[in-house]
Design a protein around this ligand. Structure first.
Ligand code: UD1
Ligand code: PEP
Length: 417
């Protein structure tokens, strides 16, 4: 196990390149299961979730690997092997194996997903979708077993706006007979990215990115080449880090439209934000004002940026209230930030943050974005080295974090625990 060591007090300066999006990558890799020939993905991030997913695809009998900067998946030899344990438990997005394998083989047996379990994360909307498409879903010794003689298109109204359920239903419905309509669908950019890949594979999906998605099932899907969208959560984390260290950073390879909710909040605090076509420059300022933030489904403020934003708000003058309307209890970063001197109290689904200085401490990342929030805080400490354990969570979602931060002038390194 490794820990991350961060000496604070250095403003970040320079340019950082953002990699492809984790939440797209972990859906696009299983989507390739549906193809009959090779799928090539460009801009795939080098993160542990991707490494684990590649192993899963190999365990299913596929051939996968890097060809220079491109990632090549040949799904032709895959089988419908049950996956009750092992790698599926290491990441959340293993649930996409359900929709993809159901679409290709008419069956899937997948252990309940792992990953960041900051609170119970049910998947009953995914199951409801599969059942509506004609599948029978049972619990097989803690795994979800899904079987369908024939998938038939259906109208599905999601009770909860869910990214995972929307994508999982799109995957299975692409191979169903007839039309499927998903109402109250999630609108995150990663959903559009998955629909773009599936359409390039021969699927007929319209409306991704809106609350109504229509899918006309097809008999076969073929290989294609696809470039993954930039990671808006990584980009947002660097925007926050630049602001927290009062630095000056150009964040390159982003879609500024995806960042609007964060950009608006940073500007409200007093951070200077300059948007270009595919990049955003953040120029930090000596003083920030407290603001209130509500994490919501897209295009609202992303819940995945809620924890890093909490750290930045410790640097604002006055009291900020940050409420999470996606996950009511995503606050595992708060006790760790308190060790660093932060003045935060949690009330219901809100963190109430009183601005003030932070100090270096030994802290533990309990999940991916809690880890990111500790890195933001450690960079903002005026002096002293913060030790962050639980780095394996941070590695799930941040490509080249240490190298990127060093290139921006941060004093950051890894040590064995
Ligand atoms: C791999 C991936 O893309 N992960 C993202 C995805 O997770 P994930 O797809 O798991 O999140 P969802 O959009 O499904 O969850 C949103 C909310 O709906 C609830 N819910 C969801 C499904 C369900 O069947 N029942 C139910 O009650 C969840 O508990 C949560 O409160 O979207 C989240 C919300 O933007 C992000 O934090 C995650 O980074
Ligand atoms: C919660 C996250 O991811 P996952 O759903 O993969 O656990 C995240 O990316 O912040």
């Amino acid at each position: 196990m490794e820990k991350l060591m961060v000496r604070g007090g250095r403003p970040l300066r320079g340019t950082v390149q953002i990699s492809g999006a984790k939440n797209s990558a972990v859906a696009l890799l299983p989507a390739a299961i549906l193809a009959e020939s090779t799928v090539v993905l460009d801009n795939l991030p080098h993160i542990s979730d991707v490494a684990v997913y590649s192993e899963i695809l190999e365990e299913l009998g596929g051939s996968v690997g890097w060809d220079g900067d491109a990632f090549v998946i040949d799904p032709a030899t895959m089988t419908s092997k049950p996956m009750p344990n092992g790698n599926v438990k290491l990441l959340r997005a293993s649930y996409y194996l359900m929709g993809a394998m159901l679409g290709r083989f008419g069956e899937a047996t997948i252990g309940l997903p792992g990953g960041c379990n900051f609170e119970p994360r049910p998947i009953e909307q995914h199951i409801k979708g599969f059942e509506a498409l004609g599948a029978e879903v049972t619990n097989d010794h803690g795994s979800v077993r899904i079987v369908a003689k024939e998938l038939r298109g259906a109208k599905i109204y999601l009770d909860v706006v869910s990214v995972g359920a929307t994508i999982n239903i799109m995957l299975a419905a692409s191979r169903a007979k007839g039309s499927t309509v998903i109402e109250n669908a999630a609108k995150e950019p990663e959903i559009i990215d998955v629909a773009t890949l599936l359409n390039a594979m021969g699927a007929k999906i319209k409306g991704a990115g809106t609350e109504t998605i229509r899918i006309e099932g097809v008999d076969r899907l073929h290989g294609c080449r696809h470039s993954i969208i930039p990671d808006r959560i990584q980009a947002g984390t660097y925007m926050i880090m630049a602001a927290a260290t009062r630095g000056d950073v150009l964040i390159d390879n982003v879609i500024p439209k995806h960042m609007e909710a964060l950009t608006a909040k940073l500007q409200e605090m007093g951070v200077h934000v300059y948007e270009m076509d595919e990049s955003i420059r953040i120029v930090g300022q000596p003083r920030y004002e407290a603001v209130d933030v509500k994490a919501l489904v897209y295009p609202g403020f992303a819940t995945d940026l809620q924890s890093p934003m909490t750290s930045l708000l410790t640097q604002a003058a006055g009291v900020s209230i940050l409420s999470d309307y996606v996950y009511s209890n995503r606050f595992k970063h708060v006790p760790e930030l308190s060790r660093m001197g932060a003045n935060i109290r949690v009330e219901g689904r809100s963190a109430i943050i009183e601005g003030g200085p932070l100090n270096a401490a030994k802290v533990r990342a309990a999940d991916l974005r809690a880890g990111a929030s500790l890195v933001v805080a450690a960079l903002a400490v005026e002096d002293g080295v913060t030790e962050i354990s639980g780095v394996e969570y941070i590695d799930r979602g941040y490509d080249n974090l240490v190298e990127n931060l060093r290139a921006l002038g941060a004093d950051v390194w890894r040590e064995n625990e």
